[in-house]
Design a protein around this ligand. Structure first.
Ligand SMILES: [Fe+2]
Length: 476
């Protein structure tokens, strides 16, 4: 005879080395005294807990620089997935991390972390009697059966719930669906924990072929005159290579803001994305850019410099991943990068500008079903002006690429973007500005590519330094 146990619920409890815990404890204590904590750690409106959970843009792991905790949690999660659940290996990342402070008397009602893969609590401060984390038996039918048949008992098979006592340096990890609650803190000191949700990191596929965007696939000619260097203070001369993901490292847990323009254009903005905006500006600003759209009879290198820097990207690429997640979250569409590279548009005026904006255009191509344009502003705060404008094509009264516009461009090439001139002609006849998104350092702007954007310059800013925008496209 044999009796097997089925439907087990895994729960990981691990006590980290005291030296690591001490380092984490010191960083959290310093963080809690900081300006950021004063802003982000607030009483929860629903619980008696003080938490940074209500500030989605705050991430305790980043704000308190808890790299060791992040590595420790990812390592434990990998073991949980592969060794305990016997699932194939996968890349994991922190989806969200926040701090919870349970003052004496505080407790937390039962909840789940649905939507994530794994969740955990790490205990920074856990005085005696500060309240256990309690997991009720998640099989509802069994719970009521135990009550009805009075067969609840102390054995693992008959218990109504499992309580895990917190301890300083203890990590408790579980699948995110598992309901849990926190008992009342009956000590006279605060109980401080860090909650972390984990998810599978997306691995975007590399596009097979380069995208044949209008004016985007022309061979680069050698520059006929040197491109002016940027302002002296940004010059960086070490000339060392860099890994794209290192220089363009991004903040985790970025708030995704749907900021539709006049309720008509569903633009999405992710602010403060870059961890090292100054370093990015230094490198981009001190790297010579070659010409782009340098055509016979064109105005490039006559009254402006319209140049490009192209960076090959290898996956996983965090910038692509964050765009992919934002598009999936806002538009409900799974995309892949159109190209295995990203471009920096390096634009500088030689003469005063001839319009408030560049030629409105649409980035759609026939090769893809859907496309999203992603633009990351790279200028420093003191250099930012204007941004990106969006337009209505007046003859067809359309905000998006349509037949009428396509026909008109065929008939009169000056309406479309030919690459011969940066500034448009006869704008009033064709274009009405609908709204603008401001250029903000480290801001990622995303919008469906069928709309009509253009670089927006309301002042002559870019005579002394270049306008720097990184662009890539996500498609299906
Ligand atoms: Fe929780």
């Amino acid at each position: 005879m044999s009796v097997d146990l089925f439907f087990a619920v895994p729960l990981l409890v691990r006590d980290v080395e005291p030296a690591i815990h001490e380092a984490i404890h010191a960083k959290v204590s310093a963080y809690l005294k900081s300006e950021g904590a004063r802003r982000d750690v607030v009483p929860s409106p629903e619980e008696s807990v003080t938490t940074s959970y209500y500030h989605p843009e705050a991430s305790i792991l980043q704000d308190a620089e808890l790299n060791e905790l992040e590595a420790l949690v990812i390592g434990a999660a990998k073991s949980f997935i592969e060794d305990t659940l016997k699932l194939p290996p996968r890349r994991l990342e922190v989806e969200r991390a926040w701090i919870n402070i349970f003052e004496p008397g505080a407790q937390e009602a039962q909840h789940t972390h649905d939507g994530s893969l794994l969740s955990c609590s790490y205990y920074v401060d856990a005085p005696e009697n500060c309240g256990c984390i309690v997991f009720p038996d998640p099989i509802g039918a069994r719970r009521s059966y135990r009550q009805f048949t009075q067969t609840a008992g102390p054995d693992l098979l008959t218990r109504a719930d499992i309580a895990v006592a917190p301890a300083p340096g203890r990590l408790v990890m579980f699948e995110s669906w598992l309901p849990h609650a926190v008992q009342c803190n009956k000590s006279d000191k605060p109980r401080i924990s860090i909650a972390i949700n984990l998810r599978e990191a997306p691995e975007p596929a590399v596009a097979e072929s380069a995208r044949a965007r209008a004016g985007d696939a022309k061979p680069a000619h050698a520059a006929s005159s040197p491109v002016p260097s940027t302002t002296g203070e940004h010059t960086r001369s070490d000339g060392k290579p860099f890994l794209f993901n290192d220089l363009f490292e991004i903040h985790g847990n970025i708030g995704i803001d749907l900021q539709p323009i006049k309720d008509e254009i569903p633009t999405v903005v992710l602010d403060n994305l870059l961890k090292h905006p100054d370093r990015v500006r230094d490198v981009i600003g001190s790297t010579p850019a070659t010409n782009w759209k340098h055509e016979p009879g064109g105005r490039n290198f006559v009254d402006y410099y319209d140049c490009r820097l192209r960076f090959p990207i290898r996956h996983p690429n965090s910038l692509i991943s964050v765009a992919q997640q934002a598009i999936s979250q806002v538009y409900g569409i799974t995309t892949r990068p159109a190209d295995a590279s990203v471009d920096v548009n390096w634009f500088m005026q030689i003469d005063p500008r001839r319009a408030d904006f560049a030629v409105p255009h649409s980035d759609i191509t026939e090769q893809v079903r859907r496309s999203y344009t992603c633009i990351l502003y790279l200028n420093s705060p003191d250099e930012c002006s204007g941004g990106t404008a969006f337009f209505r094509y007046k003859p067809t009264n359309s905000l998006t690429f349509d037949e009428g516009y396509a026909r008109a461009v065929k008939d009169d090439s000056r309406i479309g973007e030919t690459g011969l001139d940066y500034w448009p002609e006869a704008t009033g006849e064709h274009w009405e500005i609908v709204g603008t998104t401001d250029m903000v350092p480290g801001r990622l702007l995303i919008f469906p590519s069928e709309f009509f954007p253009a670089a927006y310059h309301h002042v002559d800013s870019f005579l002394a330094f270049p306008r720097l925008t990184l662009a890539f496209w996500m498609v299906i």
